[in-house]
Ligand binder design. Structure first.
Ligand code: DX5
Ligand code: ZN
Length: 223
């Protein structure tokens, strides 16, 4: 599969977002990873709908919007309206958790608005939690840190989960992208790639780095 790189703007200078994204684009970024946090689902507050609408005007890279919020059923369509190209929702979000029909309804709603959809799992959630959604998702996102903050350490023990999702996807939806997010660098991304991941989110590893183009090229060239 083709490897894609989705720099997380959580590590960018928020006063110069357009400039930072332009730098990432010219360094080879394929997507822009936008971390939306509501202060309830995770203990941090970041970006909301108006910022996504502004980013849409500032770049032609696809916006990969990761919703770390309590109520994705209410807000996912608003992010699509604002210009999100891919919206990922956590299976653990309280308004949809444990409800396969309701979760699928949110994913179907995103698709009906001509955006791509995906589900995300936190470190303590097993691979099986995403299996009922693999058929309709463009992407499954496996967290390799507890969501909430950038700059944390990568959890290598998530690799069996990545492998289990890739094995299941090979039966149901072989084109499925598996994205990984949290503490990613060249060395651990290689491990993720070997286990079946093909989209690499990285914040701290990329933004503000002189050699960002070499770093992105390194992630693209993983085998
Ligand atoms: C964490 C976010 C990540 C984070 C990644 O909750 O979902 O996208 O910004 O940042 P680094 O690469 O610094 O771990
Ligand atoms: Zn993220």
């Amino acid at each position: 599969m083709t490897n894609l790189v989705s720099p997380s703007i959580l590590a960018a200078d928020f006063s110069r977002l357009a400039e930072e994204i332009a730098t990432a684009k010219s360094a080879g970024a394929d997507l822009v990873h936008v971390d939306v946090m509501d202060g309830h689902f995770v203990p941090n507050i970041t970006i909301g709908v108006p910022v996504v609408a502004s980013l849409k005007k500032a770049t032609d890279l696809p916006l990969d919007v990761h919703l770390m919020i309590d109520a994705p059923d209410i807000y996912a369509p608003k992010f699509v309206d604002a210009g999100a190209d891919i919206v990922t929702i956590h299976v653990e979000s309280p308004t949809i958790a444990g409800d396969i029909e309701k979760t699928r309804a949110v994913l179907e709603k995103i698709r009906s608005m001509d955006a791509e959809c995906g589900v995300v799992v936190k470190p303590n959630t097993p691979a099986e939690a995403v299996f009922p959604f693999i058929d309709i998702c463009k992407m499954i996102l496996v967290m390799t840190v507890e969501p909430g903050f950038g700059g944390q350490s990568f959890m290598a023990d998530m690799m069996p989960k990545v492998k289990a999702i890739r094995d299941e996807a090979n039966k149901i939806n072989p084109e499925l992208d598996i994205e990984i997010d949290g503490g990613i660098n060249q060395e651990n991304a290689e491990l993720c790639c070997k286990n079946g991941a093909n989209i690499f989110v990285a914040g701290t590893y990329l933004f503000g780095k002189e050699d960002i183009a070499d770093r992105i090229a390194g992630l693209h060239n993983l085998k």
